[in-house]
Design a protein around this ligand. Structure first.
Ligand SMILES: *Cc1c(COP(=O)(O)O)cnc(C)c1O
Length: 349
């Protein structure tokens, strides 16, 4: 088999949800954000495992993601859509019974006209300036919204992964002011917000990245494990180059393993000449550029030729390789390619 093996540990996913649920506090509902195909790990398996573990409310980015969710979960769990109610969404929102988080006066109008009486939530902009009604718009819309009985009011923190940022407190304050006097459940905390402490938990939290083993949830169990098969090895003499552009040249006799996996599989090209793969506990440096389908790895120091080398393993997290590539764990996970042989373990409990 020429493809890499992506092993997804659903027990670790469930353990991460339980830990974030415990951190959210007993009175607070802990939902789950499963947008972008469950952060690249397969939304059907992810959502089913979380549902079995007791998650009743899920968040996706766009209504189109709702079909796979309903297929996985059946009719009862509540599914919120962050992008709200877009033109052309009404049938999907109605048929799949999705709950759009309405972001603007335009979306409120569209929703109330197309699907009167259908559940909805409202997203308020507390300072991130990305999605949601701003304070003045909200002041105008609030009486109509209150009359319709929203399911949820939410806002989103711009700097939740920076606990010392003044932005966090300011956004929380703004959100609390905007929702004063309403008895609708409120949510401002994703993974980072949960870790900021109880002031941020309100009535519901909605973690994403922490479930999948990513920062800022430092105590997360890793969920994705990626192992790449060695296709061929060769001995390279001093002065000989390796790979496209000849960006790496051997300084001493070097044994190079060519491994199946490349930027088409989400192994970000910026990792060239920087990343390491592991043979068990032993790091092996990536030499030369990342190709579309291949990596070249220095295994001179090994006393055997391994059948596989690991990119994601107990010694290397999604955030470790994100640092190497100059990105974040979110991008590593959501870039994991479609070519891997995916195997799921656990998640039955
Ligand atoms: C993606 C997203 C989340 C989840 O955030 P994490 O940092 O992955 O926990 C929560 N709320 C909104 C609005 C989002 O877009």
């Amino acid at each position: 088999m020429g493809t890499g093996h992506l092993q997804i540990d659903l027990d670790a996913l469930v353990a991460n949800w339980k830990a974030l649920d415990a951190a959210s506090g007993a009175q607070v509902e802990t939902a789950a954000t499963v947008k972008a195909d469950g952060y690249g790990l397969g939304v059907g398996k992810v959502a089913r495992a979380l549902s079995r573990a007791g998650v009743n409310r899920f968040f996706i980015a766009v209504a189109e993601e709702g079909a796979a969710m309903r297929e996985a979960l059946g009719p009862s769990p509540e599914i919120f859509v962050y992008s709200g109610h877009m033109p052309g969404d009404s049938d999907m929102i109605g048929d799949l019974h999705l709950t759009p988080m309405l972001n603007s006066i335009e979306q409120l109008t569209r929703h109330f006209e197309a699907l009167p009486g259908h559940p909805f939530g409202v997203q308020l902009d507390s300072g991130m300036n990305r999605l949601g009604l701003e304070p003045a718009e909200w002041a105008a819309a609030r009486p109509i919204v209150e009359a319709q009985g929203p399911a949820l009011l939410q806002s989103h923190l711009a700097c939740a992964d920076e606990p010392d940022s003044e932005m966090n407190r300011a956004q929380l304050q703004q959100f609390i002011e905007m929702t004063e006097g309403m008895n609708t459940p409120r949510s401002i905390a994703a993974t980072g917000g949960i870790l900021l402490g109880p002031d941020y938990h309100l009535e519901m939290t909605r973690p994403g990245i922490g479930l999948y083993g990513g920062a800022p949830f430092d105590d997360a169990h890793p969920v994705a494990h990626l192992s790449l098969p060695v296709i061929q090895t060769r001995d390279v003499e001093p002065g000989e180059p390796v790979g496209y552009g000849c960006t790496w040249t051997a300084e001493e006799p070097t044994r190079v393993a060519t491994v199946s996996g490349g930027y088409a599989d989400g192994i970000i090209r910026a990792m060239g000449n920087k990343a390491v793969l592991f043979d068990g506990d032993v790091p092996c440096p990536l030499v030369g550029r990342v190709s579309m389908d291949l990596l070249t790895i220095d295994i001179t120091h090994l006393d055997h030729v391994p059948s596989h080398l690991d990119l994601l393993c107990e010694h290397q997290t999604v955030d470790d390789i994100a640092d190497v590539a100059g990105t974040i764990g979110y991008e590593i996970l959501t870039s994991l390619g479609a070519r891997y042989a995916r195997r799921y373990s656990g998640g039955q409990g």
